[in-house]
Design a protein around this ligand. Structure first.
Ligand code: 5BU
Length: 456
């Protein structure tokens, strides 16, 4: 069956209608699509399955799903034709029995192609993808029979998904117009309607003040380089700062590795920060229950909350860690560890998603995420899922990709920033260089050059 024939058949069986239809949203639409009854017409079902097979046969996926109910029988036929496994997610929450949400067999990390009948706004596609991702399934591509959306492709792309459609509204309208099956007046009504719903809604985006502070400092200093000053004596620490402090936007410390830490350390650090105009980030990686981290942050020898504007936070103990840390104090925020750079780390996709959910609920306490990736695309997909305007802070960066002997993995400066890293975090790449002063300039320039391409 050709595409044209398929469209005409849809019209014949009443799956495509032009007239005046009140939608769930209250809007009155000049067209209406309903593919549910297609299953009762075997030749049409067969036809659409063949067209879909042709469309997707070269795509990269392990399993296929269809969104219940309408697309499930279609996906089933397509999967069978391609000899791929079918899985699906129950539409109703299951509160008893096995508790299994996904029906069918798949491996953790399986790439799943999603088939649906229609796309209108893209919102339900994104929900579906997120539900599958919660189950350890990777979603990249959606295929729909009819794209009736104004900007579904863009909406999905924002979240890192690709939309493929068999036919779109324009094709249907054009064909029916050429066959004199709809009037010019109707065509105009359709065009007016799609134009009216595609107007972007203005929504003020919340920006955490500490996110804004870092963004401002990046612009002021023309640097998105964070130095990870992992040395173990105060002398080494401040000698290095003398050489490199002017080039960096932020200094990352591990205060607890300094052998001769004493009460003079923090005032001296603050004096450098003011003079060399960098922000302070203690990479403490808080991970305990709220009450404990509150003390770890505010009390003890280091009293980190007194001087570190940013700290890293693990989400393993649950999102209330953010309350424990930041409730009641001004001018402090966390970078949530959503992905790590070390080999074999246990932060899987489900965990990463939970980090995003926690940040979405507590935007006032999250300035950004720490993250890493295997490739530019991987980082882009990761960043597209950030819930708000959080920044991506990326460690594990060097001039050349590689690894160390204790599990650290490195990607290049250019890959990090072009993938979407707002700041790169560099330690040994600079600290162990023969001439750190020269090296810090090189890192700064290379990262900034790439940053300007994407952010100015
Ligand atoms: P390096 O010398 O550039 O490898 O140092 C990287 C720093 O970033 C080091 O202080 C780590 O503790 C920190 N880091 C990291 O490397 N990877 C991560 O995923 C996180 C932090 Br979180």
């Amino acid at each position: 069956m050709t595409k044209e024939h398929f469209i005409l058949e849809l019209q014949r069986i009443g799956a495509i209608k032009f007239g005046s239809f009140t939608l769930k949203s209250g809007l009155v639409s000049p067209f209406y699509f309903d593919l549910r009854d297609m299953i009762s017409f075997p030749e049409i079902l067969e036809g659409v399955a063949d067209l879909l097979v042709e469309k997707i046969k070269d795509m990269d996926f392990d399993v296929i799903t269809g969104i219940p109910y309408t697309a499930l029988p279609i996906a089933s036929l397509v999967a069978s034709k391609l000899q791929k496994s079918l899985i699906y997610m129950r539409k109703e929450e299951k509160a008893y029995g096995t508790g299994k949400n996904v029906i069918g067999k798949f491996k953790e990390g399986a790439k799943c192609l999603v088939i649906d009948d229609l796309i209108t706004t893209g919102a339900s596609k994104i929900e579906t993808a997120e539900a599958y991702e919660k189950e350890g399934i990777v979603i990249k591509d959606f295929v729909v029979v009819i794209d009736r959306s104004a900007n579904g492709t863009e909406e999905l792309a924002k979240k890192g998904y690709k939309l493929h459609s068999l036919i779109d509204l324009d094709e249907i309208v054009e064909l029916l117009k050429s066959k004199k099956l709809i009037s010019n007046e109707k065509v105009k009504e359709v065009n007016d309607f799609t134009a009216s719903i595609s107007k972007p809604k203005k929504k003020e985006k919340y920006i955490n003040p500490l996110t804004q502070k870092l963004l401002d400092r990046i612009q002021e200093k023309k640097s998105n380089l964070v130095l990870s000053l992992d040395v173990t004596t105060q002398k080494e620490f401040f000698d290095m700062l003398d050489k490199v402090g002017d080039e960096i936007v932020m200094l990352k410390t591990h205060v607890d590795i300094i052998d001769d830490y004493d009460e003079k350390f923090v005032p001296k650090l603050q004096e450098y920060a003011a003079r060399q105009h960098f922000l302070i980030f203690e990479d403490r990686k808080f991970a305990d229950i709220g009450n404990t981290v509150r003390h770890q942050f505010r009390n003890g020898v280091y009293k980190i909350a007194d001087w570190a504007e940013y700290v890293t936070v693990h989400m393993v103990a649950g999102e209330l860690i953010l309350k424990g840390l930041f409730e009641g104090i001004e001018g402090r925020a966390g970078f949530v560890l959503a992905r790590m750079s070390s080999q074999g780390n246990l932060l899987n996709e489900t965990y990463t998603r939970k980090c995003f959910e926690a940040a979405k609920k507590n935007p006032q306490w999250v300035a950004g995420f720490i993250g890493h990736g295997n490739s530019v695309d991987d980082i882009k997909r990761f960043k597209a899922k950030f819930p708000g305007s959080e920044l991506l802070m990326m460690p594990g960066v060097k001039k050349e990709a590689g690894s160390d002997t204790m599990g650290q993995k490195y990607i290049t400066i250019e890959d990090a920033v072009s993938g979407g890293a707002d700041c790169i975090i560099v330690g040994r790449g600079i600290l162990q260089a023969e001439d750190p002063q020269k090296e810090v300039k090189l890192y700064r320039e290379r990262a900034w050059k790439e940053y300007e391409k994407f952010n100015i």
